[in-house]
Design a protein around this ligand. Structure first.
Ligand SMILES: C[S@@+](CC[C@H](N)C(=O)[O-])C[C@H]1O[C@@H](n2cnc3c(N)ncnc32)[C@H](O)[C@@H]1O
Length: 392
């Protein structure tokens, strides 16, 4: 049964203003990926291109998709028009320049279930992808039951999911009026209001959508459109966009794929630049706590080279280093790893990963502090990767 014939869990409000080709991509990818019962309201902010044709084609096809054509552009406030109609437990605000990726809704539901105080979840991760002309957003990792989110130190953008209870408490979108009169959704105030209610505002673990409107190629192809909108954003300005765009063009293009974990999503490293490491985004990460993809590959090679019998690791976390070491030990044909972790949640996640990668016979994950551990024999290879204070 297509998820459109049941009571909605997710109510999506998609705000459109021109760029009909991107709207079409957004709608098609949304409809082909959503597996959760949903309803979709498309609000058109008085577009002047062929958007209406695209929207009508979709509403004719899907009974739970409806459209509201506004006679004039109301800016970000237009989202509010559909709020009284929404029946879902979660309200999802979508821009019209996204490509939804399989599994996005499952991750969203899991995150809201695992974090009862999560109020707003962005569909983006805190680190821009290589395709995006965008910047790193300061954030801190939070985890539960193996689900990772990044608490936003500031606000997240418009494309996000919130709990419907926030709307019942009066949450609404406001506008920011740009220098040139263009009306933008006031994302900053929106996230601020959510935080004021005692809720958490966060980025996702990885990109749940491709953020096509930030892609360098897209900006290059539709330069006038973006010049006009960015020029209205007095906090951003076209010069800043130009600078970001020039930087983006010069950037190296690393292949973001792990040799050891090819199926796990990888993004550029999330650390801020420092004097010692001025270009951290050249490295790739799975999440903000796991060793970088490059470090894992180095570790694997080291274990292959050293041929240890008894390996100990402190700080298993979600088991990537343990699995990498385990794979090397198996190839070596001898040796075992004991990995120590104090967090019960992480132990469960790590054991599952170790199992799935077929290295459980050489890797033992113990729920124990490294500070109380006594090795059973002389250690040939030791990886200290627990809390920084303990390691130093
Ligand atoms: C940086 S993460 C480890 C990353 C992991 N080695 C990897 O790259 O796949 C640090 C982990 O150390 C754990 N930890 C902190 N103090 C610990 C202790 N005293 N004993 C064992 N684990 C500890 C934390 O719970 C956290 O999961």
């Amino acid at each position: 049964m297509h998820p459109n014939s049941q009571t909605p869990i997710i109510s999506t409000i998609l705000l459109n203003w021109n760029r009909a080709d991107l709207l079409e991509k957004t709608l098609e990818s949304y409809l082909s990926t959503i597996r959760t019962p949903f309803e979709l309201f498309i609000i058109d902010n008085a577009s002047t291109d062929t958007s209406r044709d695209v929207i009508n084609r979709i509403t004719e096809q899907y009974p739970n998709v409806s459209a509201i054509f506004l006679p004039e552009n109301q800016g970000g406030k237009a989202f509010n028009v559909a709020l009284p109609l929404c029946r879902g437990r979660f309200i999802h605000f979508s821009e019209n320049d996204l490509e939804y990726l399989p599994g996005w809704d499952a991750y969203v539901l899991r995150a809201f279930e695992d974090f009862p105080k999560l109020g707003q979840l962005s569909l983006f991760a805190p680190v821009p992808t290589d395709e995006e002309v965008w910047e790193l957003k300061p954030a801190s990792l939070k985890h539960r039951n193996g689900t990772i989110i990044y608490e936003a130190h500031q606000n997240v953008g418009t494309s996000s999911v919130i709990r419907a209870e926030l709307v019942a408490r009066g949450l609404r979108f406001d506008n920011i009026v740009g220098d040139n009169g263009v009306l933008f959704p006031n994302d900053g105030k929106f996230s601020y209001d959510i935080k004021q209610q005692g809720y958490l505002v966060a980025w996702s673990h990885h990109y749940l959508v491709n953020n096509l409107g930030h892609y360098g190629e897209e900006i290059e192809n539709r330069l006038n459109y973006y010049r006009q909108t960015y020029d209205g954003k007095n906090w951003l300005k076209v010069e800043k966009l130009q600078r970001r765009f020039e930087e983006w063009k010069q950037k190296p293009r690393p292949q973001r794929r792990s040799v050891l974990f090819p199926d796990d999503p990888v993004l550029p490293e999330k650390s801020e630049p420092t004097r010692e490491c001025p270009e951290p985004q050249l490295w790739s990460m799975f999440d903000g706590w796991t060793a970088e993809v490059e470090t894992l590959e180095f570790l694997y090679s080291l274990v292959r080279l050293v041929k240890p019998r008894y390996v100990v690791e402190t700080g298993t976390w979600h088991g990537f280093t343990a699995t990498a070491i385990g794979q090397a030990l198996k190839r070596n044909g001898r040796g075992r790893l004991v990995s120590l972790e104090i967090d019960a949640d992480s132990v469960a996640v790590a054991r599952k990963r170790v199992q799935q990668h077929g290295v459980a016979d050489v890797v033992t994950v113990l729920e124990q502090s490294s500070l109380t551990f006594t090795p059973e024999e002389p250690i040939d290879f030791l990886l200290l990767d627990s809390a920084l204070e303990i390691r130093e």
